[in-house]
Design a protein around this ligand. Structure first.
Ligand code: Z5A
Length: 210
């Protein structure tokens, strides 16, 4: 559907990237060409910021927050808004819900401050839907065991628990915005739930999702 902005969120290993790709592929087969993008790193500037955040840099919690926000401000202005204005559907891997969950709930920065700063960065630009893939941290981390972990992934188990709770808190606060999906099942089963959920939220899309 033109002009629709859908975000995928979840802890690492939740399967959100896989589900986003499955939805993009499915839509392409139906003749819709969604713009697939991600945070951090959805722009050239953002790619540099991503390297600093996850590989080369060792930012303080506040510096980390502002780097994510700088990435997002550029991403919204350069990629997301123009795509939506041009009638494209946008599928985005993470958005500001991650900032609230990671920098707010998990790192412990003041939530009201994080929210206010984020709002300034995105000028209040919200998505139409957030697909939250939820599953126990233990299961998710098991999935990514063995791959070389970036700076955030190396955080303690309790950090990821707080991230998960941070997503839940946001989903409870805005139930109409969130579609929470059990991410523990097989990828194809999860995908069917994604399709069903998107169809229920956007009935005009339902015929496409059958
Ligand atoms: N971050 C932040 O702190 N603040 C912010 O504002 C933003 C981000 C925007 C970005 O890392 C990091 O930045 C991230 C949050 C932080 N922290 N970390 N780490 P990223 O973009 O490199 O990575 P990620 O977003 O965390 O993605 P991920 O680790 O690759 O996980 P995923 O996208 O949820 O999962 P996946 O790639 O789809 O699947 C992971 C593996 O599980 C893969 O081998 C799949 O084949 C497998 N998988 C997927 N689904 C299933 C099911 N259903 N069953 C079994 N196995 C499955």
């Amino acid at each position: 559907m033109p002009g629709l902005f859908i975000v995928f969120e979840g802890i690492e290993g939740s399967g959100k990237t896989l589900q986003l790709k499955l939805l993009a592929r499915y839509l392409r087969k139906k003749g819709i060409k969604p713009l697939v993008t991600r945070e951090p790193g959805g722009t050239r500037l953002g790619e540099g910021i991503r390297r600093l955040l996850l590989k080369d840099g060792n930012p303080s919690p506040r510096a980390e927050l502002f780097l994510y926000l700088a990435d997002r401000a550029q991403h919204v202005k350069e990629v997301i808004r123009p795509a939506l204005r041009g009638g494209r559907m946008v599928l985005c891997d993470r958005y500001y819900f991650s900032t609230l969950a990671y920098q707010g709930y998990a790192r412990g920065l003041d939530l009201a401050f994080v929210e206010e700063a984020n709002d300034r960065a995105i000028e209040g630009f919200k998505p139409h839907l957030v697909v939250l893939l939820d599953l126990p941290v233990r299961v998710a981390l098991e999935r990514i065991r063995g791959r070389s972990l970036d700076r955030m992934e190396q955080e303690a188990f309790s950090f990821h628990e707080r991230v998960r709770e941070g997503f839940w808190a946001q989903a409870r606060r805005e139930p109409d915005l969130f579609l929470v999906i059990d991410g523990t099942r097989m990828p194809e089963e999860v995908f069917q739930e994604v399709l069903k959920g998107v169809g229920v939220r956007f009935p005009e899309m339902a015929p496409l999702l059958l």
